[in-house]
Design a protein around this ligand. Structure first.
Ligand SMILES: CC(=O)SCCNC(=O)CCNC(=O)[C@H](O)C(C)(C)COP(=O)(O)OP(=O)(O)OC[C@H]1O[C@@H](n2cnc3c(N)ncnc32)[C@H](O)[C@@H]1OP(=O)(O)O
Ligand SMILES: O=CC(=O)O
Ligand SMILES: [Mg+2]
Length: 543
């Protein structure tokens, strides 16, 4: 994706680096000459390899389109069969039973760190809309959190926020390899969003984190193979060398959230063995990736989104393989995110939502996961109660699952279930409303009592695309074709317009979101990520 914007010498704080976004006095504290030199170094050294690996994804797709299915690579058998372990895990990451996640909004960062969770994943990815302001103010908020100077006063309620004495361990999730940061050009080209997010956080905070007795910890999203893991490893080595820190200071947890990465779990752990502490089951992107990679196969059409749960054979197999693989290597197998959130003003519905979260956590701890994710502070005690009851030590590394074998067939077993008009309508509604919020600068929203973020919205639009492409049959016998889609989408747009009538910030982006969603689900060529075309609408040049 390229953007044209005037290159001005006067916004070149550093030779060859052009800042196209606003730089206020506060932003300049993050976008210092030294920090920009550091991220430019990362981009110059690793930007080319990133682009090559993104091309490799296209090549792999051609194989799937030609009918070839993924399998465990023959050439890395020695790694899978070898007897090796990852490097030791730091003390403050040994017990990760409950992790809260959320965007880097100032109030939410304080709430998450105070939530009672063991760790907080501060998210520049699925739950973030990458406006320039969100990216740079997110870095400011994290810097202030690390320095314990963060505070906030809610202008509406007057409520004041500051950090408790004891806070969650901070882990930061940069954007995935596919996303650019178009407000920063290095030698005339947009830099990688991953390197921007990682680089600025690491540069400003690594030494302070170590002084505080913790470290620069990261979650790495959407990896598809060992090469992408190896690239992160090289980035870590270069970053640590540049700041004079020992190799292995950085610790990362990789989101195992693509179907292809499932075939290279050992290899990903191996490539990152000095820096990795575990894998995490990112179930929502995983489902999305499953639909995306096999999108052109009529035999891989999935049922309604709410039927594709963690208890489906392919999902349960994947999470068990994560546990088995990780524990053999001394790495953590983190669970994932149930989408239920508290339901206000309806105690019965709220209890039903909590019961679903509880059941999800019971499955995770029972299977051998070492910890889990929650989306909301009110869910911390629910997850903690389940893990405290069933996980007596700090983790379950000793659960080896030696008697379980997971095959390629298990990972690729298509779940059975219905496609319904309700499911189609829900995908359309959630897809449009999520994009509306995202374009308005909010990457995570409650919709119809569920947490929705970029990964869940990807499932919505990918399913509609897939059902249209393969003329899927609804349970009542009708075909999902253009005519049916057109009728339903028009009805839903009219209903949504009424639903958001008093939300002024959403009204401004609703039309763009409906256009974008319709384009995404009806286009001949499947868009790899909805955030790529959507990002063009977010980019604002200040000069
Ligand atoms: C697929 C994946 O990648 S999962 C990971 C990405 N997703 C996430 O991280 C989910 C993050 N969660 C959220 O953003 C929010 O919980 C939402 C959008 C789902 C729900 O938000 P809301 O409806 O506004 O929540 P609600 O009104 O109940 O919030 C109550 C309080 O909890 C706080 N809160 C809610 N969620 C979080 C969170 N994840 N972290 C910190 N604070 C939170 C709110 O800021 C609010 O604080 P206040 O009382 O001081 O004002
Ligand atoms: O990032 C998490 C996911 O489920 O996707
Ligand atoms: Mg994800």
């Amino acid at each position: 994706m390229t953007f044209t914007a005037p290159l001005q010498k006067d916004n070149q704080i550093v030779n060859g680096v052009n800042l196209l976004g606003k730089v206020s006095a506060e932003y300049a504290e993050i976008l210092t000459k030294e920090a920009l030199e550091f991220i430019a170094m990362l981009q110059r050294r690793f930007g080319g390899e990133r682009e090559r690996l993104l091309k490799l994804r296209e090549y792999a797709q051609q194989q799937f389109d030609a009918g070839i299915l993924p399998d465990f690579p023959a050439e890395t058998e020695a790694i899978r069969n070898g007897d090796w372990k990852i490097a030791p895990i730091p003390q403050d990451l040994l017990d990760r039973r409950v992790e809260i996640t959320g965007p880097t909004d100032r109030k939410m960062v304080i709430n998450a760190l105070n939530s009672g969770a063991n760790a907080f994943m501060a998210d520049f990815e699925d739950s973030n809309s990458p406006t320039w302001d969100n990216m740079v103010s997110g870095q400011i908020n994290l810097r202030d959190a690390v320095n314990r100077t963060i505070d906030f006063t809610d202008s509406k309620t007057g409520k004041e926020y500051k950090l408790n004495e004891k806070t969650a361990v901070l882990i930061v999730r940069p954007r995935g390899w596919h996303l650019p940061e178009s407000h920063v050009l290095v030698d005339g080209r947009p830099m990688s969003g991953s390197l921007f997010d990682f680089g600025l956080y690491f540069f400003h905070n690594a030494h302070k984190l170590i002084e505080n007795g913790t470290g620069p910890y990261f979650y790495l999203p959407k990896l598809e193979n060992r090469y992408e893991a190896a690239l992160w490893n090289q980035v870590f080595v270069a970053a640590q060398e540049a700041l004079g820190l020992p190799i292995g200071t950085i610790k990362a947890t990789v989101l195992l959230e693509t179907i292809l990465a499932s075939f290279e779990m050992d290899e990903i752990l191996y490539e990152l063995r000095d820096h990795i502490v575990g894998l995490n089951c990112g179930r929502w992107d995983y489902i999305f990736s499953f639909i995306k990679k096999f999108r052109n196969r009529p035999d891989f059409v999935l049922p309604d989104r709410n039927e594709v749960t963690m208890t489906c054979h392919f999902m349960r197999s994947y999470s068990r393989l994560v546990i088995k693989t990780c524990h053999r290597r001394g790495a953590f197998a983190m669970g994932g995110m149930a989408a239920q959130i508290p339901i206000k003003n309806d105690p019965a519905a709220n209890e039903a939502a909590f019961a679903k979260v509880r059941a999800d956590k019971e499955r995770e701890v029972g299977d051998g996961h070492d910890g889990t994710w929650v989306a909301h502070p009110a869910l911390v005690p629910i997850a903690r109660e389940v893990f405290d009851r069933q996980m007596t030590g700090p983790n379950q590394l000793s659960v080896l699952l030696n008697d379980i074998t997971i095959t390629a067939e298990d990972l690729l077993a298509i779940p059975k279930g219905k496609i319904t008009e309700g499911g189609l309508r829900n995908n359309i509604r959630v897809g449009i409303l999520y994009l509306t919020a995202w374009l308005a600068g909010n990457g995570c929203v409650p919709l119809y009592n569920l947490m929705e973020d970029a990964a869940t919205a990807e499932i919505c639009r990918a399913q509609v695309w897939q059902w249209l492409r393969h003329q899927a049959k609804l349970e009542d016998g009708r075909t999902v074709d253009r005519a049916l889609f057109q009728t339903i989408v028009e009805e839903e747009i009219a209903a949504l317009r009424r639903e958001i009538a008093d939300r002024s910030s959403w009204k401004a982006t609703f039309d763009r979101a409906t256009e974008l969603f319709t384009e995404l689900v009806t286009t001949e060529r499947f868009e790899e990520f909805l955030t790529l075309p959507a990002y063009r609408h977010l980019v604002t040049f200040s000069n």
